[in-house]
Design a protein around this ligand. Structure first.
Ligand SMILES: *Cc1c(COP(=O)(O)O)cnc(C)c1O
Length: 405
């Protein structure tokens, strides 16, 4: 399928180019020492990902350890309530550890093993990426250093406990605001010191090349499974596909399966409390081109051109940019990016729980809220939503802040 002069039959093979660019977005803007390390990961990945042994092992792990394929569920009661449009969800909440993040963490840790590394290193904000990576490290017998700001350590006690139980070393970062940004800096600094024996594992389709490509490839299992399952269930393709966008990994995985199809694709960003800078994290909606964390993309900037403070009720969506491939698909118009606010999200969280017996993560509730809106606008057809994770982690927070609705 051709769209805006891009041939989507061959798109996934052509993008990114060998320097890691999706159009003008992506690339690798890092220090020369880190460049050497990223080059090593890149070369290893291009070779190893084509090897039969690696592919077979990853397939076996997905089936026997992660519990894949995850199913698609038809939301019959919700669909009936909204009208004639049929809603479906791809159940990444049923992937081991309760979210899609393990898909790329298992891939990254398996790569580390093939490269002969002893340790995986990463930062974490809310702790979700840290927990997924600690799980992968335990599975493969790798050491695991997770850098986390002391403010986040205080707020995220259950995830800190999970990481420690899994045997990870949680390294407290006390610089500056002691949150995610400082944790990223500390983890990168540690990696430049230790790259001979370790590999850095990024938690989304962000960062320097090859991570936006690698994480997309590892997450593409979501879209490949979903397309096949949906066609098997209904005999046709969905009319629309929806996923929430933080850094953009669950959405890129889901979208990659449908880019070459006559399907409308929607990426949903968090509008939070409203459109004022600082009240949301809708980078593709309100941001401009810029470089941060080693890549060129669309980002939210403050008056000095630095990454702006952002807010979302979902800690996993609270990031001032999105992966370079999203910026590219946004400019091409192949994916439409839109927003839902906190209120609509919380409403969707309770609606899905009550009508379907599925408690969604607050991040995923953004996609559900948008899918519900779409269903009301369309007179017929079907919408497939990526349910990126389960909401157990969010229950205490929601009850405390919003009460039972
Ligand atoms: C981390 C997270 C997200 C956001 O990350 P993406 O890279 O945008 O997918 C979404 N949903 C859940 C459940 C998460 O844990």
């Amino acid at each position: 399928m051709k769209f805006n002069n891009i041939d989507f039959d061959t798109y996934l093979k052509q993008y990114p180019d060998e320097k890691g660019y999706f159009g003008k977005y992506g690339g690798s803007y890092i220090s020369p020492e880190l460049q050497v390390a990223m080059q090593e990961i890149s070369e290893a990945y291009y070779t190893i990902c084509k090897s039969r042994k690696f592919i077979d092992e990853l397939r076996r792990i997905r089936k026997e350890f992660q519990g894949r394929p995850t199913p698609i569920s038809h939301l019959e009661r919700l669909s009936n309530k909204l009208g004639n449009v049929q809603l479906y969800v791809k159940r990444e909440d049923l992937n081991h550890t309760g979210a899609h993040k393990l898909n790329h963490c298992m891939g990254e840790a398996l790569l580390a093993k093939y490269m002969g590394k002893k340790k995986v290193i990463a930062e974490t904000g809310a702790g979700q990426h840290g927990v997924a990576l600690a799980t992968a490290a335990a599975y493969f017998g790798l050491e695991c250093d997770i850098y986390m700001g002391s403010e986040d350590i205080k707020k995220q006690a259950p995830n800190v406990a999970r990481m420690k139980i899994l045997g990870a070393n949680v390294v407290e970062v006390t610089d500056g605001q002691a949150t995610l940004k400082e944790a990223v800096d500390a983890a990168f600094a540690a990696y430049s010191r230790e790259y001979k024996d370790s590999i850095y594992c990024i938690g989304s389709v962000v960062g320097p090349h090859p991570f936006p490509m690698m994480v997309r490839d590892f997450q593409s299992v979501v879209g490949i499974e979903a397309r096949e399952q949906f066609v098997e269930m209904t005999g046709e393709l969905p009319d629309a596909v929806v996923a929430c966008v933080g850094g953009g990994s669950n959405s890129m995985g889901m979208f990659s399966g449908f880019l070459n199809d006559p399907v409308d694709i929607y990426g949903v960003e968090p509008l939070g409390r409203g459109p004022k800078l600082g009240d949301h994290a809708a980078s593709l909606q309100y941001g401009t081109e810029g470089i941060m964390h080693g890549f060129n993309s669309i980002m939210l900037k403050d008056e000095n051109g630095e990454p702006a403070p952002v807010y979302s009720v979902a800690s996993g969506l609270d990031y001032p940019s999105s992966g370079p491939e999203h910026a590219f698909l946004h400019d091409l118009g192949r994916v439409k990016y839109d927003v839902v606010n906190d209120e609509e999200t919380i409403d969707a969280f309770f609606t899905l729980s009550r009508l379907e017996g599925i408690i969604p993560a607050i991040e995923s509730s953004h996609a559900v809220a948008y899918g519900m809106k779409l269903a009301k606008q369309m007179s017929r057809g079907s919408v497939l939503i990526c349910l990126s994770g389960r909401g157990d982690k969010d229950m205490d927070y929601i009850i405390e802040k919003y009460g039972i609705r």
